[in-house]
Design a protein around this ligand. Structure first.
Ligand SMILES: Cc1cc2nc3c(=O)[nH]c(=O)nc-3n(C[C@H](O)[C@H](O)[C@H](O)COP(=O)(O)O)c2cc1C
Length: 184
């Protein structure tokens, strides 16, 4: 495992969260912290709605990474605050954001990052959390089909996110990428 002093060379995971109920109860302890402990350098991006929900948890979330937690886009004159990710985890994924991802709509920073990841054919793990009504929407199954056909791994819960990411990295991602280029 890369040592603590090798932070610039640790593989980067884009951890993206959207506004699904209960996220504030598990995102830090159930996902961000375990991922950081497994050697990922976290590039956390939130949808604007969940950024509001997680306001009290932002210090704990920020403590899992040396990179800034984002929910807004940068100005064109500003450098990119996150390196190019080696892999992507989108958890929890709302029906709203799943639809946007499947259609390629990047109308906030979180969706912009995820749409780029899909376009790059990088490893992407998505944990949908949707109500029965949202799942029964006539377009929903088609959105999941689009994501599956792009190679996205759909998983049911945070432990499954951790398991799937064990399979793609951090070592696999790190080796494939030959290290990460900061601030591209
Ligand atoms: C308390 C609460 C819980 C919610 N839980 C879910 C959920 O589990 N799944 C879902 O798809 N939407 C849920 N929603 C609706 C989303 O928050 C809403 O569609 C929002 O626009 C999603 O924004 P985002 O995808 O940009 O984060 C919930 C809303 C509230 C207020």
């Amino acid at each position: 495992m890369p040592g603590a002093g090798a932070s610039a060379r640790r593989p980067v995971l884009a951890l993206v969260a959207s506004a699904a109920g209960g996220v504030e109860r598990w995102l830090v302890a159930g996902l961000a912290r375990p991922l950081a402990e497994r050697g990922w350098r976290l590039a956390v991006t939130l949808t604007p709605t969940v950024a509001r929900w997680l306001e009290p948890d932002l210090p704990a979330l920020a403590a899992t990474t040396d990179l800034p937690v984002r929910w807004t886009s940068r100005l064109p004159t500003e450098p990119k605050p996150h390196p190019v990710p080696d892999a992507y985890a989108f958890a929890p994924a709302t029906a709203n954001s799943i639809a946007k991802l499947a259609l390629g709509i990047g109308d906030n920073q979180a969706l912009t990052i995820l749409c780029e990841g899909l376009g790059r054919r990088a490893p992407v793990v998505v944990m949908p959390q949707v109500s029965a009504e949202h799942a029964a929407h006539p377009a929903f199954d088609g959105h999941l089909d689009v994501l599956r056909s792009a190679g996205v791994l759909l998983v049911p819960d945070p432990p499954a996110v951790l398991r799937e990411l064990e399979r793609v990295g951090p070592f696999a991602a790190f080796t494939e990428n030959g290290g990460n280029t900061p601030d591209r």
